[in-house]
Design a protein around this ligand. Structure first.
Ligand code: BT5
Length: 317
């Protein structure tokens, strides 16, 4: 109902309560109650007796009313579940799946996460004004290709950042997006799989937009606001990420892995680079000769070629 009222309200023009009530076939009191709930969400709506309601300002909050109004995706983001605060959107998305929510592309988004998660139990700092969300997917791809979901997500974030802000970013294996060498986004893909099929996948995406960074991240991380010198619309950015991810996901589920891989390789610029990789307590150094179709790195070291599936890399030159 709120979305229908928003549709009828015009920016900077009064629309009478009677008109809205008639169009939506509800009472004027019901209209008033809906207006109050929109105001609680952050919409600034002026209300003047005998004139009606005038929309003065839309909030930059990723609520369904803002995201869904003109989102033309096929799968991704068709349903939005929004929270002001949450422990972790990945965790909540998993609960939804466990409860039988099977609408593919459902998004769980929160303004603040109290326990945002990175890989291997690491913390993801998720203060207000960042973009923290997870996408529920049922991809018909083999579990060995699940890294492709992370790749498609990173590509989509980089494409969306370029579209909305004009900023160039670089993808860093396995799951980061960097601007000026600093991390602006991290992706956490979690899957539940059998031998030959993925039962479900949750792709969690965290983008530093207008948020503050915790002290420990200075020099290592950045935000879009820091890079630009002014704030960026989270609503616009989320819509752009959903649009690009929808496109890349379609390519992926059609089995065009090469197309995703090629894009990822060109946006990561990793092939030929000298890196050091840390996995648990093991460290290895060498030159990346290839990124394989399952997302693994082929590293040429002085003991030969090694295939690397997980770890944290640093560039040596
Ligand atoms: C990641 O892990 O980069 C995956 C981050 C995924 C976060 C999203 S937010 C929505 C969804 N819900 C969740 O609970 N998670 C996902 P990893 O590669 O392990 O990197 C974690 C490391 O990045 C930490 O150990 C810090 O060093 C650093 N870090 C933490 N918070 C950061 C931030 N806001 N910006 C940049 N770096 C951060």
């Amino acid at each position: 109902m709120r979305d229908k009222i928003l549709h009828l309200l015009k920016d900077n023009e009064f629309v009478s309560g009677a008109h809205i009530a008639e169009k939506l076939d509800i009472s004027r009191t019901a209209v008033w109650k809906q207006i109050k709930s929109l105001q609680r969400l952050g919409y600034k709506i002026e209300s003047v007796k005998n004139k009606g309601y005038k929309l003065l300002h839309r909030p930059d909050v990723p609520i369904p009313e803002e995201i869904l109004s003109d989102l033309n995706t096929r799968v991704v983001g068709r349903k939005i579940v929004y929270f002001k605060t949450l422990s972790s959107t990945n965790l909540y998305a998993r609960k939804l799946v466990d409860c039988g929510v099977d609408e593919e592309g459902t998004i769980v988004v929160a303004d603040i996460q109290h326990h945002g998660r990175g890989r291997k139990g690491r913390l993801w700092f998720s203060l207000a004004e960042g973009l923290w969300f997870s996408i529920i997917l049922y991809p018909n791809i083999p579990p060995q290709q699940s890294m492709m979901l992370t790749m498609a997500a990173s590509i989509s974030v980089a494409e969306a950042i370029k579209e909305v802000t004009g900023l160039d970013s670089v993808i860093k294996w396995p799951n980061d997006v960097l601007i000026s060498g600093k991390k602006v986004c991290g992706v956490l893909t979690e899957i539940d799989a059998e031998m030959d099929r993925i039962k479900y996948s949750i792709v969690g995406i965290g983008v530093n937009v207008n948020n503050k960074l915790s002290e420990g991240l200075y020099g290592k991380a950045t935000t879009l606001m820091e890079e630009l010198g002014f704030s960026v619309s989270k609503v616009q950015l989320l819509k752009a990420i959903l649009k690009h991810f929808d496109e890349n996901y379609m390519i992926l589920v059609k089995g065009n892995y090469d197309s995703i891989l090629d894009k990822w390789v060109s946006m990561s610029n990793i092939v030929g680079k000298k890196i050091i990789i840390q996995e648990d307590k093991k460290t290895m150094q060498g030159i990346v000769s290839k990124v394989d179709i399952d997302g693994s790195l082929i590293l040429q070291t002085n003991t030969g070629a090694h295939r690397i599936y997980t770890g944290d890399i640093e560039y040596l030159e």
